[in-house]
Design a protein around this ligand. Structure first.
Ligand code: IPM
Ligand code: SF4
Length: 480
């Protein structure tokens, strides 16, 4: 890598260059992986592969495991053995056996630190600027909010990382998404990322690492930055990143495993170099004016099928392109929506506030702030699922659990929950959900279920109104 230090480089190239172990030819490199996050869904075959090959985990200390997708979020007193669905139970049991056998650090179900892996990594201070982080999970892009190069990997790659702490990678292209000016009042990071995906499409960032920059991005708190980076994958990106700054350092000061004292200062001097140099070129640049971003909601079965809250469902009859017209009609049929109907006013059956996109304390505060003495509308079920045990404890310390419970929301244990139908929290066929999660694919939240992606404030507002509504129109007398 001679000369690498002298030419101008982008943030992602700096992190990349610092982790290249060897050039293995044909454009590929062996990349050192600092942190490997392990869940119960994609790791069983990886551990099995190690076992069959008689290998050990190369660096257990660089690895952390937790069960998040399959865990129930209501009663957990029966522990893992009480997980009713056999496949779910088997996956969690396999994880517990594997971490014991291979000596991998594990956050057990009953730990107050348990939670969605993308929420607990940053909480624990395991997510650091300038590091490489992988996980057998597409939303690993979340950790890029700290200036880490973080991406999802497949099961065979997970086995490779367990065995060698390295990964074979080909360079990505670089894309800048610069968001100028500030987001308006009541417009959140979730609205921004839905706006971005609506604009560039689900394939818009394919093959690229996105770097988010600009005034609106640096003004976001860590929760907002994580929401933004989290959904990079929904635009097809390999990863999403933001250059580390004071906001990141302030978060790390409270994170137990982050460096402390002199070690922190040394690390910080390095982290301060992690920004894109003047003169380094992106392969693609998209500029967005934050003042033009409105609260967003999805109407279809793809995260790019979005509208502003004051907008309408598209009318296929008005679409010239035949393929696109057919696709739009199919989405409307699945979603049970009338062509051209305003999206606001669409009645809902469920609201889900949680997931690695929007299950942090800031998200729960934003949702609770909508309650203002009202109750969940009759006939609506609303789940609030903290992203981690730590988020749950923090919310309870602030009395948010009481606010939610008194208003008729259900208050749950941490996990992926209704973000995807791998655990008991599921939509029934035809049920419509106001959801803070990240994917609205057919059947994502349960077979036949209908998902509308939105921010925590909008989901809470929908739960209270009984239909999709602009959260800015809800009187908001009682901020917690
Ligand atoms: C189950 C897991 C592998 C999957 C992912 O990779 O993202 C899930 O977390 C999701 O959100 O769809
Ligand atoms: S919360 Fe949803 S998106 Fe995040 S890891 Fe779990 S299932 Fe995937």
């Amino acid at each position: 890598m001679t000369g690498a230090a002298s030419r101008p480089r982008l943030l992602f190239q700096k992190v990349w260059d610092a982790h290249v172990v060897a050039d293995i030819g044909d454009g590929a490199v062996l990349l050192y992986i600092d942190r490997h996050l392990v869940n119960e869904v994609t790791s069983p075959q990886a551990f099995e592969g190690l076992r069959l090959a008689g290998r050990k985990v190369r660096r257990p200390g660089g690895t952390i495991a937790v069960a998040d997708h399959n865990v129930p979020t209501d009663d957990r007193s029966g522990g893992v053995a009480a997980i009713a669905e056999p496949e779910s139970r088997l996956q969690v049991e396999a994880l517990e056996r594997n971490v014991a056998e291979f000596g991998v650090p594990y956050v057990p179900l009953r730990s107050r630190r348990q939670g969605i892996v993308h929420i607990i990594g940053p909480e624990l201070g395991l997510t650091l600027p300038g590091t490489t982080i992988v996980c057998g999970d597409s939303h690993t892009s979340t950790h890029g909010a700290f200036g880490a190069l973080a991406f999802g990997i497949g099961t065979s790659e997970a086995e490779h990382v367990l065995a060698t702490q390295t990964l074979i990678q080909r360079p990505a292209k670089a894309m800048l998404i610069r968001v100028d000016n500030r987001l308006g009042a009541g417009v959140t990071a979730k609205d921004l990322i839905l706006h971005i995906i609506g604009r560039i499409g689900t394939g818009g960032a394919t093959g690229h690492v996105i770097e988010y920059a600009g005034e609106a991005v640096t003004a976001l708190d860590m929760a907002g930055r994580m929401t933004l980076c989290n959904m990079s994958i929904e635009a097809g990106a390999r990863a999403g990143m933001i250059a580390p700054d004071e906001t990141v350092y302030a978060w790390l000061a409270n994170a137990p495993h982050a460096p402390k004292g002199a070690a922190f200062e040394r690390a910080r001097a390095y982290w301060d170099t992690l920004r894109s140099d003047e003169g380094a070129d992106y392969d693609r640049t998209v500029v967005i004016d934050a003042r033009e971003v409105a609260p967003m909601v999805s109407w279809g079965t793809s995260p790019e099928a979005v509208t502003t809250i004051d907008g309408a469902v598209p009318d296929p009859a008005a679409i010239a392109d035949e393929a696109q017209r057919g696709q739009t009609q199919a989405m409307l049929d699945y979603m049970g929506l009338r062509p051209g109907a305003p999206i606001a006013g669409t009645p809902i059956d469920m609201a889900f506030i949680g997931s690695c996109t929007n299950g942090r304390i800031e998200d729960l505060r934003a949702a609770a702030a909508m309650i203002g003495g009202r109750r969940v509308a009759p006939g609506v079920r609303a789940l609030v699922v903290p992203g981690s045990g730590q988020v749950k404890a923090a919310a309870e310390a602030e009395g948010l659990d009481r606010l939610f419970l008194d208003a008729g929301f259900e208050w749950r244990e941490a996990g992926c929950s209704m973000c995807l139908g791998m655990n008991p929290d599921q939509l029934g066929p035809g049920q419509r959900c106001a959801s803070t999660s990240n994917r609205n694919f057919e059947g994502r939240q349960g077979p036949g279920g209908r998902t509308h992606l939105m921010s925590p404030a909008m989901a809470a507002a929908a739960a209270l109104a009984g239909h999709i509504v602009d959260p800015r129109h809800i009187a908001n007398p009682q901020r917690p």
